[in-house]
Design a protein around this ligand. Structure first.
Ligand code: UDP
Length: 237
């Protein structure tokens, strides 16, 4: 079995961790995602992980109710740390060595983000969870995912979603929606496809880092992706 991706940056949204719940972390989903990660770690893939916080708190939601945006975003970033610790716990329970590195230093609960140390962990086969986004308000964890992917020189950014790729319109509400196999960054930006935020796409484009959008709710999909089987939609230059 030949790996097409040796080092991946997996972006999981906070909402994905909610499952069918209305809020928070669904431990069944958490354990499922951890199991999917373990499968590829076993194959020798180095995994970096960025987790969002839509299941707990989003800065824009706070700001829409009158909160100061930067303060609300700081809360959103703290929420990603909670998700990251939960994921570390789930991974370590199934014996996947994991380190959490936070962009906002919190030395008593996790490591600070240090790029070279993160790469060293990856080389040793440890999964690294990059918490607290970029550490800056007004950004998203999508952008953080791309940023960390560039920094650790991942082969690909895998954006885990609930649908099996990028469609020309919402496949949930449109039976005639067409799935794209491949797209360019330009296509995504000009067609206004909602893959990830424009800042993240622009950053990936600058470094020509491919983004694979795929359904992570299907067991074995990440494994298929790293083994080069056709899953999801690839965005490239
Ligand atoms: N956030 C931020 N800077 C970052 C990353 C995240 O301020 O670099 C905040 C922002 O408020 C965002 C929240 O953290 O709404 C959660 O991240 P995101 O919305 O990307 O989560 P997801 O949609 O992936 O669940």
């Amino acid at each position: 079995m030949e790996l097409v991706y040796q080092r991946v940056l997996l972006k999981v949204s906070g909402e994905a961790l909610m499952g069918n719940d209305a809020y928070g972390i669904n431990t069944t989903v958490l354990d499922f995602v951890a199991g999917e990660i373990k499968e590829v770690v076993r194959l020798g893939v180095q995994v970096g992980l960025v987790i969002g916080a839509g299941n707990i708190f989003r800065g824009v939601a706070g700001a829409s109710k009158g909160m100061d945006r930067a303060t609300a975003d700081n809360m959103g970033m703290l929420a990603t740390v909670m998700n990251s610790l939960a994921m570390q716990d789930a991974l370590e329970r199934i014996e996947v060595d994991t380190r959490v590195q936070s962009a906002i230093p919190m030395q008593s609960i996790c490591e600070p983000y240090i790029r070279r140390r993160a790469v060293r962990h990856l080389e040793k086969g440890r999964t690294v969870i990059f918490a607290a986004g970029t550490g800056n308000p007004y950004f998203t964890t999508d952008s953080a995912g791309v940023l960390r992917a560039l920094e650790i020189d991942a082969d690909v950014i895998i954006k885990a979603t609930k649908v099996d790729g990028v469609y020309d319109k919402d496949p949930v509400n449109n039976a005639d929606a067409i799935k794209y196999q491949r797209l360019t960054y330009e296509d995504v930006l000009s067609k206004g496809l909602r893959v990830m935020d424009a800042a993240g796409i622009a950053l990936a484009k600058e470094d020509e880092k491919p983004i694979l959008v795929m359904n992570m709710t299907v067991a074995g999909n990440i494994r298929k992706a790293v083994l080069g089987e056709e899953v999801g939609t690839v965005i490239h230059s």
